[in-house]
Design a protein around this ligand. Structure first.
Ligand code: KG4
Ligand code: ZN
Length: 331
């Protein structure tokens, strides 16, 4: 079965082709980072206009890289939310157009679920498991009992973890997106330089909060100033607090739910310190943690095609009236 996947949920226009739920035939991602970096974050109106310009080109490139024609495609999968609504609608309407004109079934895919499923492009963890999705737009925990069946366990009350990395990088004028830049600079720093707060870490719930940590960082810089010498230390201490809280809450939830496996996904999952902390602490509890390689942590359409495949083989298709949605529903 060949599935075409499309993702235009944020600032990447991405189209992929996947054979039988495992072989990535092509995965073309056109990043708009340069356009948005001037503003220190994604500008929704600019993002949707760029998707309109690029979608047909990226679609054709994905077909030609895979050596596949539209006739050979069995099913179409497209992200319909959560994300920037103007951006989402570009991919969704494009997919609906292909579906209606060529009479091909389509699956509308939840972007966050797709991040959780991206691990299956490389590894095959057993169900059930807890998924931590950490990106620029989301920080949440999903309990997967089986494929296509999940429940929201907890989520951030304010900023997403990646958003905190991005805002701090913007505050220091380091560039966008901030995660990779901060990780790089923090390498030379002492994570114990300042004990930044771990918001909600010890509360008896599975929710997160990152806006207080961001404020604590800004206040520390305002009070003490920042020099080339102290910057790596401040960033290492911030990264340590963010990763520590992500690990602690996720491991607590997995323990309480009796889950022996954790799958991590989303752009922040590429962070090396987060990976080390998770692997160390989970091993102590007999829990196995799975991380996709960096290219499948970030937004991509292969994960959307894979999620579409899991629904398609269960005959769970979407109707042509399916709508886009911007926010994850609490379930
Ligand atoms: O999943 P993604 O590509 O897009 C969204 O759905 O948001 O995630 C992008 C986010 C950005 O906030 C970026 O700063 C963060 O992932 N990120 C990182 C790292 N690489 C990307 N955060 C921490 N450490 C990294 N190495
Ligand atoms: Zn994403």
């Amino acid at each position: 079965m060949i599935i075409l996947g499309i993702d235009t949920s944020c600032d990447d226009t991405s189209v992929a082709l996947l054979r039988d739920g495992k072989e990535v035939l092509s995965d073309v991602v056109s990043s708009q980072v340069e356009l948005h970096s001037f503003f220190g974050g994604v500008v929704p109106e600019i993002a949707s206009r760029k998707h309109v310009e690029l979608i047909d080109l990226i679609y054709r490139r994905a077909l030609s890289e895979a050596g596949i024609s539209l006739d050979q495609i069995d099913c179409l999968a497209c992200t319909n939310g959560p994300g920037l609504i103007g951006s989402l609608l570009v991919g969704l309407m494009f997919t609906k157009g292909l579906s209606l004109s060529r009479n091909k079934p389509m699956v509308a895919v939840n972007h966050v679920e797709a991040h959780a499923m991206s691990i299956f492009l490389e590894q095959q963890p057993e169900f059930p498991f807890l998924a931590l999705i950490v990106s620029g737009g989301h920080t949440l925990l999903l309990h997967f009992e089986e494929p296509c069946k999940h429940r929201l366990v907890g989520s951030t009350k304010d900023d997403a973890a990646g958003e905190a990395f991005d805002k701090i990088a913007k505050f220091l004028g380091l560039g966008y997106p901030g995660g990779g830049i901060i990780e790089e600079q923090a390498r030379a720093g002492d994570p114990g330089f300042i004990a930044f707060p771990r918001p909600m870490a010890d509360e008896n719930n599975y929710d997160f909060s990152f806006s207080g940590l961001k404020t604590a960082f800004v206040n520390a810089v305002k009070n003490q100033g920042v020099t080339d010498e102290t910057r790596p230390h401040l960033l290492a201490a911030f990264q340590e607090a963010a990763c520590d809280v992500l690990c602690r809450k996720t491991l607590k939830a997995a323990g309480d739910l009796g889950l022996e496996r954790i799958v991590v996904g989303g752009g922040v999952a590429a962070n090396g310190r987060l990976r080390v902390l998770f692997l160390e602490r989970a091993a102590e509890k007999g829990i196995k943690v799975f991380f996709p390689s960096a290219r499948f942590c970030a937004d991509n359409a292969a994960m959307v095609a894979l999620t579409g495949y899991l629904y398609a083989v269960r005959d769970r298709f979407s109707s042509e009236t399916v709508m886009g949605f911007s926010r994850m529903k609490r379930g």
